[in-house]
Design a protein around this ligand. Structure first.
Ligand code: SF4
Ligand code: SF4
Length: 92
């Protein structure tokens, strides 16, 4: 699944660099390589790869990351699988 992108611009993932302590856990736990940590700060490399699993936020002690599991792209993708239709987040 690494390198896989979902729908553009629908992920609820947010990062507050001001809270980040550079621990690197988000980069380690993310299954889709969304984060890069260097110079003591995390950065979002590609938000559209996020499947909203929530692992990064659960492991971020200073709460620099927020994501609402299943609200954006994950729900859209699963809905597309079930219905056979083109995935849509329903916000358009
Ligand atoms: S887990 Fe949180 S504190 Fe650690 S590098 Fe990632 S954003 Fe920063
Ligand atoms: S919610 Fe999951 S896929 Fe998205 S950035 Fe966090 S760990 Fe990666």
């Amino acid at each position: 699944m690494r390198g896989f992108s979902y729908l553009e611009g629908v992920s609820t993932l947010r990062l507050d660099p001001g809270r980040c302590n550079g621990c690197g856990l988000c980069e380690q736990v993310c299954p889709h390589d969304v984060f890069s940590v260097s110079g003591g700060k995390a950065a979002v490399v590609d938000r559209d790869r996020c499947m909203e699993c929530g692992a990064c936020a659960m492991n971020c002690r200073p709460a620099a990351i927020s994501v609402t599991p299943g609200v954006g792209c994950a729900t859209a993708i699963i809905g597309g699988w079930i219905s056979g239709a083109k995935p849509s987040c329903g916000c358009a």
